[in-house]
Design a protein around this ligand. Structure first.
Ligand code: ZN
Ligand code: ZN
Length: 423
């Protein structure tokens, strides 16, 4: 039997995928509060007979940043520290031999934003929305569990199913790794997919090498000397100093970074002052830095603080810079990409699979691919004929549910091929 005949999504499973994705979509839960979603996953794994460990990453160990640092980076952690993680495990029974171990990952969290779609499955939770497709990722991985359970006698080895909390900034993957998910048995390779508006349902993309950027946070607090707006000579204007620093920061990209490297410095928040007739004592700038290369990352971190304090000193003010390293850059390994590409081409046709350029967004999967070879595929979800054209994190983001079965087939196929299943 060919792989295509093995990784079949029956009409019943397809209907279940659509219904389940909508069920998750109407009840979005933001990071580290994925209680109902985690319960749904556990219920489904139980029904399928998949053994699993719950509460993974919720053992009290810190996330990759402390709660205090997360708050500083503008991220409000939920009441737990990642205790909603679930790790399923499917062992093949072909010969009873050990075999390799492959990890497949899905993220479960929604975003703190209002949905602007007029659809029956619109979010029913005010201010929360699955705008990054994690409802689809979670649903697809449950579908993969069903397909792989049906093929257990075709492979040896282990498939780990990683349902992670807190992808949108909290580092739920790091918490799960700290809790030992890459060991016992040791994971040989890891794969994930992410919805992509750049392709239609039925299409997938791969990217080799740097795929998502290191995503860091910074905050610069300028302290001058407050005073009356009509007597600037008696004050040190912190807003003017902040403005000079803000402009100078762009030189880190345009003048200090090799044009063949990539970097983004964005000031997303600029705060100072309470009234028009007061020169504020302090002003602050905060934002994000995105890079692919560790050396570039280190240079910007160091030079940002030097520039800020140097400029501030020139005006008789001072500046304190806090730089927090967020997710590392995600590098997709060539062999993993090659395997994923081959399986996708086999199942979807060569015309429906292509290499996509990297993006400067951050991705929690980077913690996994930093430790084991792996890659992330882009799952086409756009359907311009139905107005499904908006990017993730947009209030009108939606996806063509035809893509759910595609994701299940390709991820199942990757696992079977990696484990050298009899297909
Ligand atoms: Zn997102
Ligand atoms: Zn996402």
């Amino acid at each position: 039997m060919s792989l295509a005949e093995r990784v079949v999504v029956s009409p019943e499973l397809d209907a279940w995928l659509r219904e389940t994705r909508r069920m998750i979509h109407v009840q979005p839960e933001t990071m580290l509060e994925e209680f109902q979603t985690s319960a749904l996953v556990q219920k489904q794994l139980t029904e399928l007979g998949v053994t699993f460990r719950s509460g993974v990453g919720g053992d009290g160990r810190p996330l990759y940043l402390s709660v205090e640092q997360l708050m500083r980076a503008g991220i409000t952690p939920g009441p737990t520290t990642g205790g909603t993680g679930v790790l399923g495990e499917i062992r093949g029974t072909r010969t009873g031999a050990g075999g390799k171990c492959v990890l497949l990952r899905a993220d479960m969290d929604a975003l703190p934003m209002e949905e602007d779609n007029d659809v029956p499955y619109r979010s029913r939770v005010a201010g929360k929305m699955h705008a990054c497709g994690h409802d689809a990722h979670t649903t697809i991985l449950m579908g993969v569990a069903e397909v792989l359970m049906a093929n257990r006698d075709r492979f040896d080895g282990t498939v780990k199913l990683m349902f992670q909390p807190g992808e949108e900034g909290a580092g739920g993957a790091a918490a799960m790794i700290n809790d030992g998910i890459l060991e016992d048995p040791a994971v040989d390779a890891a794969f994930a997919l992410h919805v992509s508006p750049g392709a239609r349902a039925g299409q997938m993309t791969v990217t080799e090498g740097p795929t998502a950027a290191a995503a860091d946070f910074f905050e610069i607090v300028v302290t001058g000397r407050g005073g009356h707006a009509a007597m600037p000579h008696t004050a040190v204007d912190s807003t003017l100093v902040a403005a000079h620093i803000m402009i100078a920061l762009q030189a880190l990209v345009s003048r200090e970074t090799n044009p063949f490297d990539s970097a983004v410095v964005t000031v997303g928040k600029l705060q100072a002052g309470t009234a028009t007739n007061i020169i504020p004592h302090t002003a602050s700038l905060s934002g994000t830095v995105r890079t692919f290369d560790e050396a570039v990352r280190g240079t910007i971190e160091r030079r940002m603080a030097e520039l800020a304090s140097g400029i501030a000193a020139g005006f008789g003010a001072s500046a304190e810079t806090v730089y927090l390293r967020g997710y590392p850059a995600m590098h997709c390994h060539p062999e993993a990409v090659q395997l994923a590409r081959e399986v996708a081409v086999e199942l979807l046709g060569a015309d429906n699979v292509w290499d996509a350029p990297p993006m400067m967004a951050g991705e929690d999967m980077a913690f996994v691919t930093a430790r084991v070879p792996g890659c992330m595929l882009g799952l086409g979800v756009a359907n311009p004929d139905r107005g499904i054209i908006y990017p993730p994190h947009h209030p009108r983001f939606d996806l063509d549910e035809d893509a759910l079965a595609v994701g299940v087939r390709v991820m199942s196929g990757i696992a079977l091929r990696f484990l050298e299943a009899d297909v």
